[in-house]
Design a protein around this ligand. Structure first.
Ligand code: CP3
Length: 344
């Protein structure tokens, strides 16, 4: 099957499909016993990310089990800062930790952008393996974090609730902050182009903390970097669709879509599907936004919400997905319930 004929690609090209194509954010993850086994075999999460055979294996696991329409490359948004020279490690049960960048001197210690491919070569190898191993009809999605979201981790050294440290650098030392954002914008474009050249058919830009940007600065630090990254990708690969995910950006997703040329906008759980169908879907393909909590609780509420969500978007281009990542507590059997509700 040619790339353009795959269900996900048809939706991204603007077609309304009778049964929406479906995949899940974090579909390879700890809710699956086979993921936990492969992760144990790798030793740690980061070793798993950098072992192409095993990273390809965990990418394929949810495809084998559920037959999703898309596979998302197994990696992490924080591999890019690591490739730029930041220290990165994961604390069990807590999350990522990085060395911090708090001033111009810290920024100056990062590596030149062209060096990122040394560290990231195993990720490109994972993409090449997947390209050969995936079923014919399955779309391969590559990804990166958006500059703002990646910057929040590089500045704070960990996940933070309100993105306070990143905002303090943004206001307190705008020259350093802007230089970091520019560096991440260019490095992210290079990274995504390399994934495409290894075989990714679509790429997604995760701006998980976009909602923490003050309204007036959202354009500068979420929309504009996404616009520049997509422009660079399209200069060399004009047909490759990019999915944007400006999480919790509220009504600002509308100018985001108009100004970036995203082929689809992923919407988070907070967005009212009726509003998105009326306001966003005429502009672009919409992806989302089932509450991941329903995959823990299941039952009639899950079936009903899947069907109601899909019904809102039935008349336009749409990809069914969650509003955020599936959690470790989710019951794998509830994913089957979700798919039955959607596909009949
Ligand atoms: O299946 C997939 O979606 C592909 C792989 C993927 C992972 N992370 C694997 C992962 C993707 C697309 C991501 C994106 C990512 N990583 C984001 C953006 C999306 C979002 O969730 O908002 C962010 C913010 C990160 C950074 C990150 N990675 C955090 C904060 C954590 C710790 C929290 C957690 O869930 O444990 C991670 C770890 C991580 N990335 C895991 C996985 C499967 C769990 C690691 C483990 O196995 O212990």
């Amino acid at each position: 099957m040619q790339t353009k004929d795959k269900t996900i690609m048809r939706a991204l090209a603007g077609e309304a499909l009778p049964t929406p194509p479906v995949w899940m954010m974090r579909q390879a993850g700890r809710y699956l016993p086979e993921y936990r086994a492969t992760r144990a075999q790798a030793g740690s999460f980061l070793e798993l990310c950098y072992a192409p055979d095993l990273a390809a294996e965990v990418t394929l696991q949810p495809i084998r089990r559920y037959g999703f329409d898309a596979a998302i490359l197994f990696a992490d948004i924080l591999l890019l800062p690591q490739a730029l020279g930041a220290d990165l490690w994961f604390v069990e049960g807590e999350g990522p930790r990085l060395s911090t960048i708090t001033d111009a001197a810290g920024l100056a210690q990062l590596k030149p952008i062209e060096d990122i491919h040394d560290t990231l070569a195993p990720v490109y190898e994972t993409v090449r393996i997947l390209k050969r191993a995936l079923p014919n009809e399955t779309t391969l999605i590559g990804f990166a974090g958006a500059p703002w979201t990646v910057a929040t981790y590089m500045i704070a050294g960990q996940g933070t609730k309100e993105q306070g440290p990143a905002k303090k650098l943004m206001y307190g030392d705008p020259a350093t902050f802007d230089a970091l954002m520019d560096l991440l914008t260019e490095a992210t474009a290079d990274y995504l182009i390399a994934q495409i050249e290894a075989g990714a058919e679509v790429v997604k830009l995760f701006d998980s903390w976009a909602g923490a940007l003050p309204g007036a600065l959202f354009h500068k630090y979420a929309t504009d970097p996404a616009r520049r990254i997509i422009q660079r990708i399209h200069a060399v690969h004009p047909a490759v669709p990019v999915i944007g995910f400006p999480r919790q950006a509220g009504e600002k997703v509308v100018p985001f879509v108009k100004q970036t040329q995203v082929a689809a906008c992923a919407i988070d759980t907070n967005v009212d599907p009726a509003w998105a169908a009326a306001t966003l879907q005429p502009l672009t393909c919409v992806q989302g936004n089932l509450d991941p909590t329903l995959l823990i609780t299941g039952g009639g509420a899950l079936t009903r919400t899947v069907q109601e969500t899909a019904a809102h978007f039935a008349d336009g281009p749409y990809i069914f997905n969650l509003g955020h990542g599936i959690t470790p507590e989710a019951d794998p059997a509830n994913v089957d319930v979700m798919l039955r509700a959607l596909r009949g």
